[in-house]
Design a protein around this ligand. Structure first.
Ligand SMILES: O=C(O)CCC(=O)C(=O)O
Ligand SMILES: [Fe+2]
Length: 310
């Protein structure tokens, strides 16, 4: 039986009615942990340029790409390097390659970033910097609406320090699309994201699926179709911890389809020193906190260790 296709809610980031938008966000986060975001302020010309530059990098010979291999969670990860589903049965890595860009601007760690072939791929760095900056603006706006959706002040995430030099990572992804018969290799195996919120840009090639009930067996997977110009937003595990599972950090994966696919993910995660603990409004005597408080940096480091072995 082929999977059902979902009609996820569509959230308009530019709507002047912030309270109605917050209400829609709440519904989407409780029901799916996924939604589309439109009128997000990132022009389609810039997104096209990003895909063009991304393609140029991934077309380079492996030997060249490996010169920028992932260090300090920045740079290139080759095919099969990543095992998103760390459960014991999953022995193979994912069939994708990627490139991570870490915090920019006034961040002390800016120099840890790697910029490929600056003399040759001249537009690469300015294009990625421009996208990073615009996604950060959109992400901050979205988080202020998410705070409102939880009946918090709109600057809640600013006030607790989550958005002061956030650990925001831009990740270019390339799925080559080769299907190895008889082997169970995913583009991206089943996982939930680790942080606060992820903004995803896809190129129109199908493959993304979600499983709403992650603890139910057998798992039911549904296709998430591409909507031209819309970002796909999903919540990460830290948001689930903050909200005591009121908001879902939903399991998702990318199926192999035999088609080449590009995407760009922006993981907007809290400042490493921010402590993620159950919001007061999300726990009570009858529904106590399910997770202990944790420093965001410690939590992320452990999740990366499980995914990459480092
Ligand atoms: O490429 C996609 O559509 C999804 C990527 C993803 O889920 C991830 O990198 O966490
Ligand atoms: Fe993901």
């Amino acid at each position: 039986m082929s999977p059902a296709t979902l009609s996820l809610p569509i959230i308009d980031l530019s709507s002047p009615d912030r309270f109605s938008t917050a209400k829609l966000i709440r519904q989407a986060c409780v029901e799916y942990g996924f939604f589309y975001l439109v009128n997000h302020g990132v022009e389609k010309e810039l997104l096209q340029k990003v895909f063009d530059e991304s393609r140029k990098f991934f077309l380079l010979p492996l030997e060249e790409k490996m010169k920028y291999s992932r260090k300090e969670h920045r740079g290139y990860t080759p095919l099969y390097a990543e095992k998103l589903d760390a459960t014991p049965g999953n022995t193979k890595g994912d069939s994708k390659e990627s490139f991570y860009i870490g915090p920019l601007a006034d961040h002390a760690s800016i120099n840890l970033n790697q910029w490929p072939l600056e003399g040759v791929l001249k537009n690469w760095k300015p294009t990625m910097e421009s996208l990073y900056g615009k996604l950060l603006v959109a992400g901050r706006e979205l988080l202020s609406l998410m705070a409102l959706s939880l009946n918090l002040d709109e600057d809640f995430f600013e006030k607790i320090g989550a958005l002061c030099k956030p650990a925001a990572f831009l990740r270019l992804l390339h799925y080559p699309g080769e299907v190895v018969p008889s082997e169970e290799i995913y583009g991206a195996s089943a996982h939930s994201d680790y942080g606060m919120v992820t903004l995803l840009v896809t190129d129109g090639v199908e493959g993304l699926q979600i499983c709403k009930e992650k603890f139910k067996q057998p798992q039911v997977w549904e296709d998430v179709p591409h909507i031209e110009g819309a970002f796909i937003v999903n919540l990460g595990d830290m948001t689930e911890r903050w909200t005591n599972c009121l908001y879902r950090s939903t399991l998702h994966r990318v199926m192999p389809t035999g088609k080449e696919r590009y995407s760009v993910a922006f993981f907007l995660d809290p400042n490493p020193d921010c402590v993620v603990e159950c919001l007061e409004s999300c726990c009570s005597e009858s529904s106590p906190a399910k997770f202990p408080p944790i420093r965001s940096g410690d939590y992320l480091q452990e999740r990366f260790r499980l995914t990459y072995g480092s």
